[in-house]
Design a protein around this ligand. Structure first.
Ligand code: NDP
Length: 304
């Protein structure tokens, strides 16, 4: 018997994109400003191409300018850095995203740290990571990585005030786990970060009112790891074999088992995934506002 509410990330993301579109229209009307997002892709990784195509499409749908730079796989680090500097100086570009992973011979972090932090709409620059660590309680966060930002929005829409909640984040990557934990701390949760060396992970998870799984292991989190009534955010995207020689996407949580215990859970697909691009658009609009001394709208604080 399943009882958990399924959190509809797809619908929330559509609504957020609508709010971004309204902001973009107002910026054009009141300030003659059209936010612009530059996306840089090196090589022909098929998954990256699909992501970039979707980003481009949704950027245009929100009324923003989209600048796509598709570079050959043999592009040198120096040439990539030169393009980043050119985009930093371009007043039509308010957000810059370099699609990861980059080819092995290019130092990802060197490229990310060459981006102007105020245009770093992925929130991966070391300055933005530092700003997130040190932002005062209750003030506007800096440019925050899109996936954890999307998770936070879903949690606030579901729960409201998060203060005092016990939160467990499984995974400590720089792009999901660590910023997720910082955002939850900012919301006054009591936060535990778990990882591959955590002892008795099921017992740690069972303490969580809010459980965020960002691991990359299909269905690793079982039903009896979940505290009854918890809200579960499943960030994992794992492709596994399905019947008839096909494949399908599953998360890091055993969703069917979790549904019997949790109060609410994000599905995979259709949960966190759609929020990532919507938050990228929100970050681009926010960056454009800040670069022009305009008060940005409260995408981060207003729930539905
Ligand atoms: P990483 O591989 O960078 O990090 C995975 C983390 O999980 C690490 O901290 C690792 O611990 C931890 N981990 C691995 N195995 C275990 C285990 N057995 N028990 C406990 N912890 C474990 O992954 P990402 O953070 O980049 O991504 C995580 C998942 O989220 C992936 O499935 C990815 O596809 C998905 N994702 C989804 C996005 C979306 O838009 N919805 C965007 C980004 C990612 P340790 O540090 O000790 O190695």
């Amino acid at each position: 018997m399943s009882k958990a509410k399924i959190i509809d990330g797809k619908a929330f993301a559509a609504e957020l994109r609508g709010r971004v579109g309204d902001t973009v229209a107002a910026l054009g009307r009141d300030h003659g400003l059209t936010p612009g997002l530059a996306v840089v892709l090196v090589g022909k990784n098929p998954a990256s191409h699909i992501y970039v195509r979707n980003k481009n499409k949704q950027t245009l749908e929100a009324g923003m300018n989209s600048f796509e730079h598709n570079l050959p796989v043999e592009t040198s680090q120096d040439a990539l850095l030169a393009l980043v500097r050119q985009l930093n100086d371009d007043p039509k570009v308010h957000g810059i995203l370099v699609q990861l992973p980059l080819p092995d011979r290019i130092d990802d972090q060197a490229v990310i740290n060459a981006i102007d932090p105020d245009k770093d709409v992925d929130g991966f620059h070391v300055i933005n990571a530092g700003r997130l660590m040190t932002v005062a309680k209750g003030s506007q966060p800096p440019l925050v990585p899109c996936t954890p930002l999307g998770c936070l929005m879903l949690l606030k829409a579901e729960i409201g005030d998060l203060s005092g909640q016990r939160a467990v984040v499984v995974g400590r990557s720089n792009i999901v786990g660590k910023p997720m934990a910082q955002l939850l701390l900012q919301e006054s949760c009591t936060v535990t970060i778990a990882h591959s060396r955590t002892r008795d992970l099921p017992a740690v998870c069972r303490e969580a009112d809010i459980l965020v799984a960002a691991v990359g292991r299909p269905k690793m989190i079982e039903g009896d790891w979940i505290k009854p009534g918890a809200v579960v955010i499943d960030v994992g995207i794992n492709r596994i074999e399905a019947e008839g020689g096909k494949t399908k996407l599953v998360g890091d949580v055993d969703t069917e088992a979790a549904k019997r215990v949790a109060a609410a859970i994000t599905p995979v697909p259709g949960g966190v995934g759609p929020m990532t691009i919507a938050c990228l658009l929100a970050n681009t609009a926010t960056a454009a506002c800040r670069q022009h001394g305009i008060e940005p709208p409260g995408f981060y604080t207003k729930g539905r």
